[in-house]
Design a protein around this ligand. Structure first.
Ligand SMILES: [Zn+2]
Ligand SMILES: [Zn+2]
Length: 305
């Protein structure tokens, strides 16, 4: 959830209360002290909606979803010379709920002539869906009249993986109102899977083996963990999963690193720390000694595979 004045004040007060004089003696001591604090005190998980960037070894840009997080990403890309009129961006859309497409309206590179945005989705009508959010009663800049980058649309098939810029991309339908798709990206023996929004609950574990197969051995699995386990029981059919369920599936799939993703927008940083802790405790209980790494996503999180 986005920070407010009260939350920032609370963080500052807590830090000041915990700091000892020796923690403030040098820049290094301050950094060490901050690193020792829980993430909810020293940082914030952020409030933007879904957007993940993947860079290949040769600096090709893949983006998953165009939630509000694509606005700051667009500003960062724009700082690179090539995205001011010669850039190519491969944008994968999992589904068209607002929180996954609304940021496109504020994505600077799509307004620049000469750039090329390639849209990929397992929804064949994704172009119409994007146009629909941009009718002139809802937004002043037009899809054709203002977004002057070249736009191309490509269908992804669940039956057959696609090779895009040397990356193998597979898709799989997820249980979510109106459907959503998981995308798996593989290159040079490494892979990353994005699987949100997705509901897995204990009432409906029939098809889970198929997903375990799809996720098997992932280096990184970014997974829908919107709820705590307790809340997930009250929110059956809302289309999201709990961190414990994600941990369970990640253990079964022998995933190396699980990224907890799609945080509930009512959860503050402290509650997010608790969700991550519960997932780690669940891992210890369900599979003692498991090598699975669990990490809650935060805005700006970077990983090298
Ligand atoms: Zn959704
Ligand atoms: Zn969503």
């Amino acid at each position: 959830m986005p920070l407010t004045y009260d939350i920032v004040q609370k963080k500052i007060k807590t830090v000041m209360r915990l700091a000892r004089p020796s923690d403030l003696l040098s820049e290094e001591a301050i950094e060490k002290f901050l690193d020792s604090l829980p993430f909810s005190i020293s940082g914030t998980y952020g409030g933007n909606t879904t957007c993940v960037e993947i860079r290949t070894d040769d600096d090709t840009v893949f983006i998953i979803d165009a939630g509000s997080g694509i606005r700051p990403l667009g500003s960062r890309l724009f700082a690179e010379e090539r995205f001011r009129g010669k850039g190519i961006i491969n944008l994968f859309i999992t589904h068209s709920h607002w929180d996954h497409i609304m940021g496109l309206l504020f994505f600077t590179p799509i307004y620049i002539p000469g750039n090329l945005i390639r849209f990929y989705s397992a929804f064949p009508d994704i172009e119409q869906r994007l146009r629909y959010q941009q009718v002139d009663t809802h937004f002043p800049a037009g899809f054709d009249s203002h977004m002057l980058a070249k736009k191309e649309f490509y269908d992804l098939s669940e039956k057959e993986p696609s090779i895009i810029e040397g990356v193998k991309v597979s898709s799989k339908e997820l249980n979510h109102p109106g459907k959503s798709y998981a995308y798996k990206f593989e290159q040079n023996g490494k892979n990353i899977i994005f699987a949100s929004d997705a509901e897995f609950n204990l009432d409906n574990m029939d098809g889970v083996a198929e997903y375990v197969e799809f996720f098997r051995g992932a280096d990184v699995l970014i997974f829908d963990t919107q709820y705590t386990l307790a809340e997930s029981f009250q929110k059956i059919d809302w289309g999201h999963s709990s961190a414990q369920m994600a941990t369970d599936i990640a253990i079964k799939s022998e995933v190396k690193k699980l990224i907890l993703f799609h945080h509930d927008n009512s959860y503050d940083d402290e509650k997010m720390d608790a969700v991550a802790l519960q997932a780690a405790q669940y891992r210890e209980m369900a599979a003692p000694g498991s090598q699975l790494k669990i990490m809650p996503a935060y805005e700006g999180l970077e990983m090298v595979l």
